[in-house]
Design a protein around this ligand. Sequence first.
Ligand SMILES: Cc1cc2nc3c(=O)[nH]c(=O)nc-3n(C[C@H](O)[C@H](O)[C@H](O)COP(=O)(O)OP(=O)(O)OC[C@H]3O[C@@H](n4cnc5c(N)ncnc54)[C@H](O)[C@@H]3O)c2cc1C
Length: 476
Amino acid sequence: MAVDIKPISTVSDGISALKSRLSASEWTQDADIIAPHLIEWRDKYFGETPLMVMPKSTKAVSEILKICTHFDLKITPQGGNTGLVGGQTPQGEVLLSLKNMTRIRNLNTVHNSITVEAGATLQSVQEAALARGRKFPLSLASEGTCTIGGNLSTNAGGVHVLKYGTMKDLVFGVEAVLADGRIFNGLSDLRKDNTGYDLNRLFLGAEGTLGIITSACLKLFPNPNHIQRAIIGIESPQAAMNLLEHCHMSDHLALFEVMPRTGMDLVLTHIQDQRDPFTHPYPWYAIIDFETETEAQGLEIAEARLGTALESGIALDVVMAQSETQARTILALRENMSAAQKFNGGSVKLDITVPLSKIPEFFTRADEAVQTVVPKCRPIGFGHFGDGNIHYNIAQPLSKNLETGKAAYLTNWQALSDAVFDIVDALGGSISAEHGIGIMKKTDLAKRADPVKLALMKSLKTALDPNHILNPRILL
Ligand SMILES: Cc1cc2nc3c(=O)[nH]c(=O)nc-3n(C[C@H](O)[C@H](O)[C@H](O)COP(=O)(O)OP(=O)(O)OC[C@H]3O[C@@H](n4cnc5c(N)ncnc54)[C@H](O)[C@@H]3O)c2cc1C
């Protein structure tokens, strides 16, 4: 058997080369500075790295990749470190942080486009667009921290996919540095360009395995003057589906999120300043937005749609937001679901999608299936219902001290995932709706994906990154 023996000095020579070619503010080995980059939001993945590089330009990224290829140094790219599948956490690789590349390069209100560097936070892009009367519609609870490079690399979804699509739908083109240091320049805001393969799309959802995204040209939209938000008490996931169909008669519908009462209770108990909008509890809640030109139009559409939903029994109760503050408070209930679950003991967190009409069946079957794996476990499904995307989290059974049983419960992660993913497969869904594969679902992808798709993905990986230096542990 051939053994790949590398001279011992290779890694340290490579690290020295990187340090000598970058400016002092573009790298660090200071453990205190690096520490927050090695642990992720839920404390699930912990990493290590010999060096963090923080290039300030595309040219510097190119230089880094040339050196890494030369010395066979592996790299993990990182944006805001909010990813939920462990793809941004290095395990001994060089950590390439985009945090020094945050410039807005251009904003064009004729073309409705904005060109930004990959390390710009999503919120900074939304704000830049808004300042010029435009909307950049991607919206996630992590938007103050996550970056455009991370959003593109995970093909982020969020709450506005229903109307505007995922990150893949919101981009004209990208600039990306290849493993050998060459720069692919797809930065253009042409709405039509049929000149062969759309290479930009290779980098979207690739989780940093095919190149480092350094910049992107994104699509902007007219900013709606008014958003009419409402929260609706409903009976069940079936009622949520009926309500969605009913509200979809209006093309102003821009958001449709759903959460169960168990989730509402968690948020009200554990997150400060949260308030139940209703005087009575309901089994489930839907939160919806209508985007309109004027406030009067928003109210008229919402009252018409929700009034008839109440009359027909699809909706049990409705609270209409009366101000922007109240609208924010309503959505915060849903957005704080993940934070609240930190207080609910160990939780197996799945992010699945099924065809919309199959969501009620998914809940019935999954809720039953997980009980056969861990009796009395507590499934909580919530999320982007309007996209068929459910964050299906399965919390450990209740006990006096949840902390004690947490580690033992989490050993069931794979068995619980398998039980749920079998149902997702049977219903024609996907085991990753918007968070990606990373390290978390790598074996699930290998087991469940179409072999032709997997083979094509592996061919692309080898073609673009023959030495597998870019995020080599994840995805495939
Ligand atoms: C509270 C909370 C709510 C969330 N809500 C949502 C949601 O509604 N919808 C959703 O889709 N996600 C959600 N997420 C997940 C996360 O915010 C997204 O996946 C986001 O797109 C990650 O961006 P980031 O900059 O933090 O990327 P990171 O976490 O830093 O990286 C994510 C992946 O992209 C790669 N990467 C990062 N930057 C680059 C680059 N420039 N070039 C190449 N590869 C790169 C990394 O190597 C890694 O594989 C949520 C997370 C949290 C903590």
